[in-house]
Design a protein around this ligand. Structure first.
Ligand code: FAD
Length: 381
């Protein structure tokens, strides 16, 4: 009698939005001989839409993070707590930070991106990057712990005037206000505030920033960072806490793998989310360089999830793949510190106020409920 064939390994690297959502469909449709392993260094994956709310004090960690081991258990997948440090496509092998190697038949990458700390001297030594979120959370807790000993107003500088930086400076302002701390805030950006956002969104967020006492320095690239100050063309800015929310950088091991990457090191994919050079490697979310380019935004990672799952299963079953077609317009909701938000969709008028925050809160909680596998029996799709 023939031995049954060994199971094939589908390895998902990173617990980002795409993988967390794709697991449900994979559990339902993957062939029975495909074993699924998800690797992430952190068992908790932050949901970016709720991250400013976590800092502002609207949510706790459990509400704003996906519990990856629990999700994997419910979806019949294995969770491996490790960080991938190298990818060897020729050997179909991953190297982990504990020195182990892991072989795969099929690989999917959803490892996100981190703020770029390399291009400004001193930034890597003195700034707190907003990602990885687990590191940011620890540094933010450290800051809160030292607040009691701090005399005088606290000086906070946030570098990066995109959605992340703008939401975060308002969230930090709200958090310090709740603790009765007086503070000064600078938001420094090399471009204009919220480039790419609708005019109405920019105007209303600028109003919120002004009302919270945030000084916005537009078109001011940071030239150097020292302990306690950043150097801009307008002069030095002193800080006690420096948060870095600038443009995204890819994990270096993606480009080191030899697979085609874009000029910023993000893995090139075809419209099917598959590497053009390796039919066994897929990528989604921020770490993927989609044809024609896409903004690094969670909405794309979310919408790519069903196509990613579908195409991974199609590859395992040797069936044709489907392309992902990015939506041209989507609802964008920015939180504005207090229970207040600003929203827009395409050419429609900008909305703002507490009811927009309640709407955003409802959508964010509904999203997390899809990933809360706590009441599902193991293996149930
Ligand atoms: C403050 C803030 C607010 C934001 N708000 C919004 C918003 O409202 N709407 C929106 O669309 N976008 C928003 N974004 C952007 C959004 O965060 C990203 O676009 C989104 O998180 C990308 O999702 P992803 O699936 O690519 O990866 P991520 O969510 O970044 O997840 C990547 C995962 O991979 C894991 N990982 C990383 N390296 C490795 C490794 N080597 N080995 C194994 N695992 C690894 C990480 O631990 C992490 O769990 C915001 C960003 C910030 C900073």
């Amino acid at each position: 009698m023939n031995e049954p064939a060994a199971p094939r390994q589908l390895v998902l690297v990173g617990g980002g939005h795409s993988h967390a959502l794709a697991l449900r469909r994979l559990a339902k449709t993957a062939p029975p001989d495909l074993r699924i392993t998800l690797i992430s260094p952190d068992p908790l994956a932050a949901y970016s839409g709720m991250l400013p709310g976590l800092v502002a004090g609207h949510y706790d960690v459990a509400e704003s993070h996906v519990n990856l081991p629990r999700l994997c258990r419910a979806r019949g997948a294995r969770f491996l707590a490790a960080r991938v440090t190298a990818l060897r496509p020729d050997a179909r092998q991953l190297v982990l930070d504990n020195g182990d190697t892991l072989n795969y038949h099929l690989l999917s990458l959803d490892v996100g991106a981190t703020p770029d700390l390399q291009t400004v001297p001193g930034a890597a030594d003195h700034a707190v990057p907003v990602k990885p979120v687990s590191d940011f959370r620890r540094r933010w807790q450290d800051l809160r712990a030292t607040l009691e000993d701090h005399r005088g107003p606290l000086a906070v500088t946030v570098v990066g005037g995109g959605a992340g930086g703008t939401e975060m400076v308002l969230a930090v302002a709200r958090a310090l206000r709740r603790r009765g701390r007086s503070a000064t805030f600078n938001l420094v950006t090399s471009a204009q505030l919220l480039p790419g956002a609708a005019k109405g969104v920019r105007r209303r967020m600028a109003q919120r920033l002004a009302a919270d006492g945030v000084t916005v320095l537009e078109h001011q690239p940071v030239r150097r960072v020292d302990a306690g100050s950043v150097e801009t063309d307008a002069g030095p800015l002193r800080h006690d806490f420096l948060l870095w929310c600038t443009g995204a950088r890819a994990p270096a091991w993606l480009a080191a793998s030899g697979l085609p990457c874009d000029e910023n090191g993000f893995l090139r994919v075809e419209a099917t989310l598959r590497s053009p050079a390796d039919a066994r490697v897929f990528a989604a979310g921020d770490c993927a360089a989609f044809p024609g380019g896409l903004p690094k935004a969670g909405v794309y990672a979310v919408r790519q999830a069903p196509i990613l799952a579908r195409n991974l299963v199609a590859t395992a079953r040797q069936r044709p793949l489907k392309p992902y077609r990015p939506q041209r317009r989507f609802l964008s909701l920015l939180s504005a510190g207090d229970r207040d938000a600003v929203g827009s969709r395409g050419p429609w008028p900008t909305l703002s106020g507490p009811w927009v925050w309640r709407w955003k809160d409802h959508l964010d909680r509904a999203f997390m409920a899809r990933l809360d596998a706590s009441d599902e029996p193991p293996g149930s799709p």
